[in-house]
Design a protein around this ligand. Structure first.
Ligand code: SAM
Length: 203
């Protein structure tokens, strides 16, 4: 595998030195998408929020800044991501920010716990996506929102060729899957060139 390909394969499960470099890179590069996507959600003070596939923890920090008195949870399959997310949020860790290693397939949280669940640039790697969407629905409170933020959509094979194990979906496919998983009022928002935020609500 070429150097570039092995670097980008760390998107799926950051590990070791290259994984740490990738996490630093993603914390910076995903800022425009994440800030735009979070601006679409009317985040309220005191919310309990979860970021699935939290990577290096920049989204956790952004959520924390947008809601006074909130509790923010992060989960990621990679131990490297968990360590970086804890470091980035060291000041608030185990007080307002809680980071756990685990998979979107089995979320270790109670039913009806979160006002908001976010997934930034990670849905591409989730196995059995319909099952993961059911898990997200289970942990959301009724009326809670799930926001999927992506910048790689199905027409863009440059990234799926570079990242092993990556599947790109169109915003319409994601909306259909959310509807099938029982979400309602699903909205697609787009920003050029290929940024999309898909937001569904748990009834
Ligand atoms: C491209 S990175 C994005 C990280 C972060 N959300 C960001 O915007 O910088 C994808 C992340 O999803 C995580 N991931 C992949 N599969 C996962 C799964 N099944 N459950 C939870 N996290 C997963 C990876 O370990 C990686 O940290």
């Amino acid at each position: 595998m070429g150097l570039l390909k092995s670097f980008f394969t760390n998107c799926a499960n950051p590990q070791g030195r290259m994984g740490r470099a990738m996490l630093r890179f993603m914390n910076l590069c995903h800022a425009p998408l994440t800030n735009w996507g979070l601006d679409l959600i009317n985040i309220k003070d005191g919310w309990t929020m979860l970021d699935v596939g939290c990577g290096g923890g920049a989204t956790l920090k952004r959520l924390l800044k947008r809601s006074r008195g909130c509790q923010v949870y992060g989960i990621d399959i990679s131990q490297e991501s968990v360590e970086k997310a804890r470091k980035v949020n060291a000041e608030w860790i185990d007080k307002q920010v809680h980071v756990t290693q685990g998979s979107a397939e089995y979320l270790p949280y109670d039913n009806n716990m979160f006002n908001l669940v976010t997934a930034v640039e990670t849905i591409y790697f989730w196995p059995h996506l319909p099952n993961c969407l059911q898990e997200v629905r289970r942990v959301l409170k009724p009326g809670g929102k799930f926001a999927i933020l992506v910048e790689v959509i199905d027409s863009d094979s440059k990234w799926t060729d570079l990242c092993e194990g990556m599947t790109a979906y169109s915003p319409e496919q994601l909306k259909k899957m959310l509807d099938e998983a029982g979400f309602v009022m699903t909205e697609i928002h787009r920003k050029k060139p290929s940024n999309a935020t898909i937001i569904g609500v748990k009834p």
